[in-house]
Design a protein around this ligand. Structure first.
Ligand code: SF4
Length: 194
């Protein structure tokens, strides 16, 4: 193994393992524990990593899409693997709103109020055609896209999106959080000026 420093390990220097020495992913002979090896990061990267792996969604099923959302949290797909199995009944304990289904104009103020009660930073996933565009319900009673009401971070297409698709959208959100991309609520990303 290649080690920076004097000719060998001793008490008075910290060896640094050079990543290129790991030639094969299954080469366990190169993975022996080196006492004092260095791992560097920043506080913000550590916080983003922790946030991305402890997202708690709010309960917000509006229509048929919600069944797929529930399936995502059940044993077959098991969103607990990504740290997001704790669906909360209180917006004050949630940092993700998954809008699962069509949003009626009558329900829109309620959705916005719940969103406003969630603490920052918070994220929104628009799940399915109805939530994103109104879907087949092109009429006065249905909001033609929830981004008219709240800023949306991730759109998941489909009618309904499968649990796999929603999980993929969720992992994309995790990637954004880990990369330090601010939530749409900060960036005003909605094209409709929310
Ligand atoms: S997108 Fe399809 S499955 Fe989802 S709420 Fe609309 S009609 Fe139902």
């Amino acid at each position: 193994m290649v080690i920076d420093g004097p000719s060998g390990p001793s008490d008075d220097f910290i060896p640094v393992i050079q990543p290129p020495t790991l030639t094969r992913i299954d080469d366990t002979s190169l993975l022996s524990v080196q006492q004092g090896a260095v791992f560097t990061t920043t506080v913000s990267q550590l916080a983003n990593w922790a946030r991305a792996n402890s997202v708690w969604p709010a309960l917000f099923g509006l229509a048929c899409c919600a069944i797929e959302m529930m399936a995502m949290s059940a044993s077959r797909w098991d969103i607990a693997r990504f740290g997001a199995e704790a669906f909360r009944a209180s917006p004050r304990q949630s940092d993700l709103m998954i809008v699962a289904g069509r949003l009626s104009t009558k329900m829109a103020p309620v959705l916005r109020q719940i969103y406003d009660q969630m603490p920052d930073p918070k994220w929104v996933i628009s799940m399915g055609a109805c939530a994103s565009t109104g879907g087949v319900f092109n009429n006065y009673a249905i909001v033609q896209g929830v981004d008219q009401i709240v800023p949306v971070d991730i759109y998941v297409p489909g009618c309904p999106p499968t649990p796999d698709m929603l999980m993929y959208g969720f992992t994309m959100l995790q990637d954004k959080i880990k990369a330090g991309v601010p939530p749409a609520s900060d960036l005003q990303l909605s094209g409709r000026g929310v």
